[in-house]
Design a protein around this ligand. Sequence first.
Ligand SMILES: [Zn+2]
Length: 150
Amino acid sequence: MKFVVTKELGKLAKWLRIFGFDTIYFKEATFSTVLIIAFQEDRIILTRNTKIGVHSGVRIITIKSNNLAEQLNQVFRELKSKPQKEKMFSRCILCNEELSHIAKEKIKKKVPEYVYKTQSSFVACPECKRVYWQGTHWGKVEEALHAIRS
Ligand SMILES: [Zn+2]
């Protein structure tokens, strides 16, 4: 399941990436660009725009709510899917690239000292080189998951 998200749904795009879904997000893209990408890469379009209509060969989900938890709920409900815990935190929230494990000694200078001392497992983005560890967004992810399930 891959997505392309229109510009008004930046927060939703970020969270789909946290949940491990391949999600393209453009801050500035016309709808025709979005449509072409969705078609070429077999992506589902998520949008708040209600005037888009139906386009054959492309699945479009019109997001109804302004509330993030409700938006995520709607996406998973319509796709009859659920976020999977083991997939979470596998993707860079900025670049959408898949993260890979990185040796602890390589990131010593990139993370705060207390993080280095207390965390054992680190992942990094091959594109922007940003380093992630479990504490980075974990609390909020648990919260969001709870909101989706309840
Ligand atoms: Zn990145």
